[in-house]
Design a protein around this ligand. Structure first.
Ligand code: ADP
Length: 559
């Protein structure tokens, strides 16, 4: 049936006899809901939160669309058909809103238990939507079905809106209580937005329908005001997107959102009836949204500015880092080249010095002999310093090569002790070698490097012990399969606070200089790094100043 006394709408909805507020309230609300819904959905559709917001916005947009259809259409069948869906969509909006807030507060999907409760609440509406409980007839005089609307059905689905409001308030309040002050604002803003939306939408629609049923025809326009709640809710969502990144939308994309919203609101000047009320309302909304937009964009720009500052700093840092790395490389190369260049002339100096001192060029006078011995000693010290520099530059360039093999650690230690014995006797020191090994004491390590480490540790013990005993002891831990060499001396010792630093590069303890022993502070640095690389370690203990020290080299047993 057709309501002949009403004009057929042009452009689907437009009829001049209807209040301008109808278009003003419906069309922007629908477009804005679609805009924000799609926007959030397509920016991160993999997030459940975004999908739920999209579903709420779509249900709302559809509700608005069929409501507009019911207002403007003059075909009773079309109007009645669309009437069937009001309750369904409203009920869906209320359960989806609860679902949405659950996901917002817990960051995860809801349990099957809650899903069942929500479905049960929805069920009566779904079952009764197409029956007389919903709408039972049509009034051709007024071209609507208000008179035949089932009050019980209407009350039930409006009541769902109330349930949603209470449920959401409880959820958000509990969440808010557990949050820190910093993150609370987000919850508060969303809470106000969604509660106002539900209140205005459900409340006004219910009031409007009841007023129409009670025959206050004009009062049905109350529901127009209810729709503004959605626009407000969408602005709230925009705030959450821009300020709190709730929906994982980037800052620049938010700019598009704000400008899009403003254009949408402004665009209704072109289609809304130019009554003073609509012009006033459009202008008011536009001004309010523009103010909110300016604040939002300012925070976006601030963020972009901060980001570009951070970017600049990080670029500078990267450049400085690159330069440092190349300088470091140059330094290592320089040390390596210089050391190599020094090594060969030194070798010939040492060679000639020993030939001279052994009388290869005839017997030398006593004074010349002493001088030549000094030359030999100094060039030996220099060779070992150069060797240290070369090792450091190899370690730092990552060029140190390790060739693991199996050998008896005790044998190597004994060789070095024997080598050093004459030096110890010269200094009046007792150099002892002991072994508590039960196993064959075979370790897996680089032989050359292990000799170098042992040489360094025993040499240090001799250097830093003016009188007393040096003991080299081998022991093992069968359970952890580690062999230890303890080099204990009765020398100058190391203060507790200097114990760790002796393994550092160029680090020497204060008393080392006091006893007038020359050194570079590199030997232990190199030895420690080497031991670590071979799966072992070097540790040190000391009774303190003047109370001797013990260096312990540990290496893994053969596998
Ligand atoms: P250096 O060339 O100075 O001997 P090392 O790296 O071999 O360099 O040793 C670093 C520092 O550790 C030494 O300067 C010294 O202060 C301390 N040190 C090493 N061995 C001993 C030891 N047996 N007794 C006391 N101090 C030691």
């Amino acid at each position: 049936m057709i309501c002949h006394w009403f004009p057929e709408p042009t452009f689907l909805f437009y009829t001049p006899d209807l209040p301008g507020l109808l278009f003003y309230a419906h069309i922007p609300a629908m477009i804005i809901a679609c805009f924000v819904g799609f926007y959030v959905f397509f920016n991160a559709r993999y997030l459940l939160l975004n999908r739920l917001l999209f579903a709420i916005a779509m249900c709302f947009a559809l509700w608005v669309f069929i409501n507009l259809l019911a207002w403007t259409n003059i075909h009773s069948d079309v109007i009645l058909f669309s009437w069937t869906f009001f309750g369904v969509l409203q009920a869906l909006i209320s359960v989806l809103s609860i679902y949405f807030i659950y996901v917002f507060t817990t960051q995860q999907d809801i349990s099957l238990h809650i899903k069942s409760i929500l479905s049960l609440l929805l069920l009566p509406v779904l079952l009764l939507a197409s029956t007389n409980f919903n709408v039972g007839g049509f009034n051709l005089d007024s071209c609507d079905a208000f008179d035949y609307e089932g009050v019980l059905f209407l009350t039930y689905y409006s009541f769902l809106g109330l349930i949603a409001m209470i449920w959401i308030a409880v959820l958000l309040y509990n969440h808010w209580r557990q949050q820190t002050t910093k993150t609370r604002n987000q919850t508060l803003i969303l809470g106000v937005g969604i509660e106002l939306f539900l209140f205005s939408f459900f409340g006004m629609v219910y009031l409007g329908s009841m007023a129409a049923i009670a025959d206050f025809y004009d009062s049905s326009q109350i529901e127009f005001y209810g729709l503004f709640g959605m626009t407000f809710f969408m602005v709230v969502i925009a705030v959450l997107i821009v300020r709190y990144k709730t929906f994982n939308v980037g800052a620049q994309a938010a700019e598009v959102l704000v400008i899009g919203l403003l254009i949408l609101i402004a665009s209704q000047y072109t289609y809304a009836n130019s009554t003073p009320t609509t012009v006033f309302l459009t202008t008011l909304t536009l001004i309010l949204s523009a103010i909110a937009g300016i604040f939002l964009l300012r925070s976006v720009y601030k963020e972009i500015e901060q980001r570009s500052e951070v970017q600049l700093l990080s670029d500078n840092l990267q450049r400085a880092n690159k330069r440092l790395r190349s300088l470091d490389k140059m330094k290592s190369e320089f040390v390596s080249i210089a050391s190599h260049q020094l090594r060969s002339p030194l070798t010939s100096i040492r060679g000639y010095a020993s030939m001279l001192s052994e009388g290869a060029f005839g017997k030398l006078p006593q004074k010349a002999q002493e001088a030549i011995n000094r030359i030999a000693d100094s060039s030996t010290t220099m060779t070992s310093s150069i060797e240290d520099y070369l090792n450091v530059s190899r370690i730092e360039a990552g060029n140190m090569k390790y060739e693991l093999s199996e050998f008896k650690l005790a044998e190597e230690a004994l060789h070095i002790v024997d080598d050093k014995r004459s030096e110890a006797i010269k200094k009046g020191l007792l150099l002892l070698f002991k072994s508590k090994l039960v196993s064959s004491g075979v370790v897996q390590a680089d032989l050359g490097k292990t000799r170098q480490i042992l040489h360094n540790l025993i040499n240090n013990a001799l250097k830093y012990t003016p009188k007393g005993t040096i003991t080299v002891l081998l022991r093992e831990d069968i359970d952890t399969r580690i062999i230890y060499v303890d080099i204990t001396d009765t020398g100058i010792g190391i203060k507790a606070d200097e114990l760790e630093q002796v393994f550092g590069k160029f680090q020497r303890a204060k008393n080392a200089n006091a006893v007038n022993v020359t050194g570079t502070g590199l030997g232990l640095f190199v030895a420690h790094k080497m031991a670590k690389q071979m799966g072992g370690d070097i540790t040190v203990t000391s009774g303190g100043d003047g109370l001797g020290s013990t260096f312990v080299l540990s290496l893994p047993m053969q596998t």
